[in-house]
Design a protein around this ligand. Structure first.
Ligand code: ASP
Length: 306
């Protein structure tokens, strides 16, 4: 594997390999000193053109736990503010020497474009509405950890599918691992075409709830909504929000997931987010191990996990 740009490129074997290596790194992250020398001497750059809390910190701590050197690029304090182009920025960083670059950008396809310009490995950390593969991998890992397998599991992905790179990557990943995925959203929050999305679609969340193994709640991506797609957020919450009343209709043991950041009180009620059945903080914790696995598989040829 040279780059990680999309779940679509990985295939079942690629996903399985990353999840297998993740297991070793979950063990490493539980140690008193959660650090291994596997990527000593490698330099990893995080190039984030869009805001992020979890993903950037997660990649950076993954790189540090592998003993790599980390360079952080922040748009707000860089020469991007002086008008420097993406290509010039990438070439400048490459000239300083880097082995991998982790890219987030508001436009779909930017990580792929960067991969055409540099020799380093490129990891997509979220490109516009397109994909967010490491999110899907950490979500699949978390489901496996809790439920044993995704095979035959019924998973609903609820909410703002249209603007969600997480939805696309997760549909591809969950389906590849054998789950039955249903998207639940008002028609205005679905993409114009669902061609190539291996899943069912419904608007009836209440009918689905008692049959689910996993409910995956998406954030309402208000920053990407350029037109009115809903009568009001209150209306949305009343039909699609995971309220305490709805959560009570889930089977015992069903998992509640959310990629973060949450809009408490909009797509998920605060008491549901904090209830014992949710695995939202476990998703974050597993995110570090998944990203260690990805960086290790990209750069660690010959190294042992140790
Ligand atoms: N943090 C995820 C992403 O960057 C989900 C979200 O922002 O809604 O795509």
């Amino acid at each position: 594997m040279k780059h990680l740009l999309s779940m679509a490129d990985l295939g079942v074997d690629g996903i399985e390999e990353i999840l297998r290596v993740t297991e070793s790194f979950v063990e490493v992250t539980a140690r008193d000193i959660p650090r291994v020398p596997a990527l000593r001497g490698k330099t990893i750059v995080s190039l984030f053109y869009e805001e992020s809390t979890r993903t950037r910190l997660s990649f950076e701590s993954a790189a540090k736990r592998l003993s790599a050197d980390v360079m952080t690029f922040s748009v707000a304090t860089s020469s991007v503010q002086k008008g420097e182009s993406l290509k010039d920025t990438v070439e400048t960083i490459q000239a300083m020497g880097m082995d991998a670059v982790v890219v987030r950008h508001a436009s779909a396809g930017v990580p792929w474009q960067v991969s055409q310009w540099v020799d380093a490995s490129v990891v997509n950390a979220g490109d516009g509405w397109h994909e967010h593969p490491t999110q899907a991998l950490l979500d699949a890992y978390t489901i496996r950890e809790r439920l044993g397998s995704l095979e035959g599991r019924r998973i609903a992905i609820v909410g703002d599918v249209k603007h969600s790179r997480v939805a696309r990557s997760n549909v591809l990943g969950f389906h590849a691992l054998g789950a039955e995925v249903t998207l639940v959203a008002p028609p205005t929050l679905l993409p114009p075409s669902l061609e190539g999305w291996p899943c069912e679609v419904t608007t009836d969340l209440d009918a689905l709830l008692p049959k689910l193994d996993v409910i995956y709640v998406l954030r309402m991506q208000r920053e990407r909504m350029t037109e009115a797609v809903l009568p009001s957020m209150r209306e949305y919450t009343s039909r699609y929000g995971l309220t305490a009343r709805r959560a009570a209709n889930l089977p015992d043991g069903a998992l509640v997931m959310h990629p973060g950041p949450m809009n408490r009180g909009v797509e998920i009620a605060a008491e549901v987010a904090d209830a014992p059945g949710t695995v939202i903080t476990r998703q974050v914790a597993n995110g570090v191990a998944v990203r260690m696995a990805v960086l290790f598989l990209l750069l660690g040829s010959g190294a042992s996990i140790a």
